[in-house]
Design a protein around this ligand. Structure first.
Ligand code: NAD
Length: 353
């Protein structure tokens, strides 16, 4: 794969091409940073237009993982694998075994897990050829498996901090607009409902939306209407780049706190939100519960340790927001600057719970 790319402000340590014609494996593993520990980040399978687009996506995602892992206080650097989905039929197991061999060849410098387009079953296949893989079904009483409930818990704790800061209340009676009722969004609704929040939701799968209406009394609207809904908090839990220029103008909520990755179309939108008085909670700070669960599985931490660290996401968000206020920065800028200094200091700082 030719790594023909524009220079990055924070270039990766290494890019490892994936090219196994026998299984059809083609893509790249990016080790963005191993300063704080093995580069950890999931494996994405996607229909990329070409190798260049795949490499660009992997670079962007791997850098994001370095920042997310640093701010989550994990002894992990950042990395990512992307695999170009082969055209036509292919042997999925052969492909993931070949991917596992590539991961194994890095001798623990990269730890993989699920991401968009990959499943627990795929990771079980990867585990046949490498032990540097997480997101496997959990052994009784140990962390592991589907990280979504942990991600939802972290978002909920972050939202409590943000709502307290912006509205001066707890979640009781606060209206939250949740976009996307997938693995994380639905679990988040359950937590918010228990905390007494009122829910407005958007989800294209009508049966899932109806279930949220029945279980949590949620009002169901279209995704377009959700942005302008009369809500205190907007919780994007579906797509990336949902906050573009137009969306920032339409948004009625004064807090944004959700699980989706890369919510801001451009960093500038973080500045625009701040200028409009909207408290934006940086996505990779608040959605780190899933990677904490992966770390717990990889390092053999207990469930109690995993929970303590996920509960600590609220406090880490408060630190980021204080840093933003102190430095006259937007929260997304403050998060990047804190993450960069943690990586430069080569020292993971654990989340206080
Ligand atoms: P998912 O695929 O299970 O859920 C996404 C949901 O969004 C689906 O129900 C889908 O129907 C819905 N959706 C799609 N388009 C929509 C639209 N226009 N409006 C409203 N809903 C729409 O994914 P997930 O695992 O719940 O993850 C949600 C987001 O959180 C993703 O951006 C993911 O990258 C991010 N994230 C997830 C985790 C995790 O632990 N699963 C961790 C960190 C970040």
């Amino acid at each position: 794969m030719p790594f023909d790319r524009a220079p990055q402000p924070h270039p990766p340590e290494e890019m490892i091409p994936l090219d196994d014609p026998e299984s059809g494996l083609r893509g790249v593993i990016v080790l963005h940073s191993t300063a704080l520990g093995p580069a950890a980040g999931g494996c994405r399978v996607w229909r990329y237009e070409n190798d260049r687009e795949a490499a660009r996506d992997a670079l962007r995602l791997a850098e994001g993982m370095s920042y997310k892992n640093a701010l989550a206080g994990l002894p992990f650097g950042g990395g990512k694998a992307v695999i170009c989905q082969p055209a036509g039929a292919f042997d999925r197991q052969a492909l993931f075994r070949a991917f596992g061999r590539a991961v194994a060849s890095l001798n623990g410098r990269y730890v993989t897990a699920e991401d968009v387009g990959t499943s627990v079953e795929d990771m079980l296949t990867v585990a046949e050829t490498t032990r540097h893989v997480a997101g496997l079904p959990n052994k009784l009483g140990a962390p592991g498996g589907d990280p979504s409930p942990w991600t939802a818990l972290g978002v909920c704790r972050a939202m409590q901090v943000a709502v307290r800061r912006r509205l001066g209340t707890d979640l009781q009676g606060v209206t939250v607009a949740v976009q996307g009722l997938g693995h994380v969004g639905f679990a988040l609704c359950e937590l918010l409902h228990r905390a007494g929040a009122r829910l407005i939701v958007a989800e294209p799968r009508a049966a899932v939306a109806a279930r949220a209406a029945a279980l949590f009394g949620a009002e169901v609207v279209t995704s377009h209407k959700l942005l302008a809904a009369e809500a205190d908090v907007f919780a994007p839990c579906a797509l990336g780049a949902v906050l573009d220029m137009a969306a920032v103008k339409r948004l009625r909520a004064t807090v944004v706190c959700g699980a989706a990755n890369n919510q801001l179309a451009m960093p500038q939108q973080g500045v625009d939100l701040a200028a409009r008085g909207v408290l934006y909670c940086p996505d990779y700070v608040v959605n780190a519960g899933g990677i904490v669960s992966v770390a717990a599985e990889h390092f053999g931490w207990s469930l109690a340790e995993a929970r303590k660290r996920v509960e600590g996401i609220g406090l880490r968000l408060a630190e980021v927001l204080d840093h933003a206020d102190g430095g006259g920065m937007a929260p997304n800028e403050a998060a990047d600057s804190l993450a960069q200094s943690l990586i430069a200091g080569k020292r993971p700082t654990s989340l206080a719970a």
